[in-house]
Design a protein around this ligand. Structure first.
Ligand SMILES: [Zn+2]
Length: 51
């Protein structure tokens, strides 16, 4: 079996072969967005108080 220098990467998150799952920029971006959404459960309500 040939052992390639660069292991075959296949991102199971977005399907890219440029990176693997752990390095997926899309996954990180989504995770960060989710974290922000969970933290910030306030600012969106401002409009409701204006009545
Ligand atoms: Zn990816």
């Amino acid at each position: 079996m040939l052992h390639s220098d660069t292991p075959a990467k296949c991102c199971s998150y977005c399907g890219s072969r440029e990176h693997d799952y752990e390095d997926c920029p899309k996954r990180k971006a989504d995770a960060e967005r989710q974290r922000k959404e969970q933290q910030g459960q306030g600012p969106a309500r401002e409009g409701l108080l204006a009545t």
